[in-house]
Write a protein that binds this ligand. Sequence first.
Ligand code: GAP
Length: 526
Amino acid sequence: MSKSTDELFKNVISHAKEYGFVFPSSEIYDGLSAVYDYGQFGAELKNNIKTYWWKAMVQMHDNIVGIDSAIFMHPKIWKASGHVDGFSDPMIDNKDSKKRYRADQLLENYIENLKDEVLNLTVDALEESSKPDNSPVPIRQINEEQLKDNAKYQKALDIERRLNDLLIAEDLGGLKDLIIELKIIDPISKTANWTDVRQFNLMFSTQMGAVADDADVVYLRPETAQGIFVNYLNVQKSGRMKIPFGIAQIGKAFRNEVIARQFIIRMREFEQMEMQYFVRPGTQKEWFNQWKEARLKWHLALGTDAAKYRYHEHVKLAHYADAAYDIEFEFPFGFKEVEGIHSRTNFDLSQHEKFSGKKMQYFDPEIDPETGKPYGNYVPYVIETSIGLDRMFLLTMINAYEEEDLSTEEKQDSRTVLHLHPCLAPVKAAIFPLTKKDGLPEKAREIMDKLKIDFNIQYEEKDAIGKRYRRQDAIGTPFCITVDHQTLEDNTVTIRHRDSMEQERVPADQLDKIIGERVSWRNLLK
Ligand code: GAP
């Protein structure tokens, strides 16, 4: 991370704390590693991101419904899903610093650094030449052809291939050998004094039942998806759903991440927004491509620069997938996965059929044109879209954050502003009486009482108007409304726009329309 991006990231983290978005969990006890709490504005922003996702996925699709399944589930579910045996990361310790790392990530960072060295030299030319016209595909996709003679880039690709082979073969010794061969050192101890690579299961377990001895071990779910799979027949039958159909869910997931880093990017308790789309076998590729595009569009509708996004295709596929892409966002510390689109085959449903002994089949009455007969019984294939809410939250904060220099020749001035999309802004408008007397507070409260039914509104009367503007800019409030003496005469107010800082005089009884138009979900969903 360069100094300025490093600084930007640190500033966003302290801003998030100072203005009530994100606090370290259990802070008065010195915190709990990789666990965070959302404050008063963080909770609002998070809820708005959830609403955007829920509306786009559930409300806008008449064949997708939402559920809310329990975190605790029968322990056999995690055996069936493969998580008990396979949900682990390859870890390596440095004997000098006593720090633990994910072996695959040490190697991935090495590869990324090599690639970055090459791309930083050529990125301008590459971006221009690889940009498809009018395409929502991020322009940072790399033009491999132009780099075929670049030795450093080819070396990076070669190591990448070797890494993928080792991961597919689960060759832990080979991973260590590669780390040693590339002379990768621990950033803290600066030595290559490594232990062997070992697998580490990421699931948290606890006991259910009053007496510890005979209690059953249960797991805290590491993904919300399994709650959807085990309810697939309940929903299909009770909702009379016809394939293709989807089931969506937002909820907490838990992973005992060994390396918890980068603020809310990698947490031990986090939230996922997942949708499983059940399709006829053989059609999964088509649906996979559709969802891959639809999900990127959802991100870009917020106005984010397309160059900040890229797709990343998985070479090493999870045990359940036959294709997988990540949607990655360029955080200050590099591109990181925000969302995964996975073609999960019929693996999960078939496994649950096997482990539970219950049929997971769907009867498809549609006529197969090839045979002239109904498609009949089958276990559906599944396309999954899975986005981390906390990563989306961080992405939104980083994207919105600006330290703006407002200095003029006469005076130095600046502000920190969150240019949040109005639909996502925690507070939609703030109402300020110009002074605390002459009936202005009463008038301001009267206006607020009308607006607060539809919008989250804040009332502020402390400090000069300029200071109040700055506080609202810092939390991303799109409108500030000032009630002054003229308001008492003609019922007009001053409305000040966050991004342009322009002010206009408008009738108070038009405020609900002005605010309503800007914060309407139509702006994102139409
Ligand atoms: N059901 C599929 C699944 O869970 P995943 O790629 O492991 O796939 C999906 O997770 C998303 O959940 C990721 O793209 C990421 O945004 C988020 N996520 C995963 N682990 C996380 C963690 N430890 N902290 C925060 N978010 C996480």
